[in-house]
Write a protein that binds this ligand. Sequence first.
Ligand SMILES: NC(=O)c1ccc[n+]([C@@H]2O[C@H](COP(=O)([O-])OP(=O)(O)OC[C@H]3O[C@@H](n4cnc5c(N)ncnc54)[C@H](OP(=O)(O)O)[C@@H]3O)[C@@H](O)[C@H]2O)c1
Length: 296
Amino acid sequence: MKRPQESARTDVVTADLTGKVALVTGATSGIGKDTARQLVARGAEVILSGRDQTRAAAVRDEIGGRSADRIHLLIADLSSMARVSRMAQEAAGRFGRLDVLVNNAGIDTGQQRTTADGFEMTFAVNYLAPFLLTTLLLDLLRRSAPSRVLTIASGGHRGGTIDFDDLQSQRHFGGQRAYNTSKLALVLFTYELARRLRDEHVSANCVDPGFVRGTNIGQDIAAGYRLVGALMWPFMTSPSKAAEDVVWAATDPALTDVSGVYLKRRKHIQSSADSRDPQLAARLWDATEQLLATTR
Ligand SMILES: NC(=O)c1ccc[n+]([C@@H]2O[C@H](COP(=O)([O-])OP(=O)(O)OC[C@H]3O[C@@H](n4cnc5c(N)ncnc54)[C@H](OP(=O)(O)O)[C@@H]3O)[C@@H](O)[C@H]2O)c1
């Protein structure tokens, strides 16, 4: 795996994506919506994934303009692994290729909830869904190589812990713990995926957007955290700037052969020691496959 060259930051990503197909999950608000908007503006066919048809159609109208015919909706609640599987099948059936997959959808609710499959909600939406979606789309990504998988990570992964006796933070639930652990699992998954795809010209990288203001995430968490958010506001980046970094990671030619890295503000930075542990990543991959097998 190569280290990316640091590109000089320009405000606008200029790549022409005509003929390319990109799928963005969680594209109905925040970073995902702006990522979809910018990919459409660059000429890509964009598969806009959301859980609500009306909201997704409204976003298509808002961001599409005269290019709305290049935005295709795939509706799925990612807390259901059956819906994730169906969405992957539909994407593979409807589109002959997939150049970029952006695993962006995520939640941080602070609440312990259980999905219809019996998984802890944050773990399911933030980690199991992108794991399943990506692995089900691998053939399509391989057929479209060189292609890229980008997973939206968070600095919170540094506070996560993988405890195989309580992988879903169910026994000792804490909202922040659940979020951080789901993000650590995602980083481990991304690096393991990069190792498994070595030499296949399908890259897998994390993009950490930093603190982003004005998105919908964290609306339900405790007032104390919201206060921290309000104090941090002037230091936060906008969804549109965060999306520019995602689109850069999706398009910069210098990243074509770069896989298994953690990108923040267009630089390769080191993620936590746990996230870089290949044995932990391989064990987590196996444990995840076993969990997902219970839903089939
Ligand atoms: N904002 C930050 O400071 C920050 C920092 C680090 C990392 N991130 C990461 O960035 C990503 C995007 O977050 P954001 O800040 O842009 O938040 P956001 O505005 O809340 O966007 C989250 C997206 O995920 C979708 N989503 C949530 N649950 C879903 C489900 N069960 N099924 C399908 N879609 C679902 C939401 O759909 P609805 O519109 O239907 O709710 C929305 O489109 C997340 O992975 C987050 O962890 C954000």
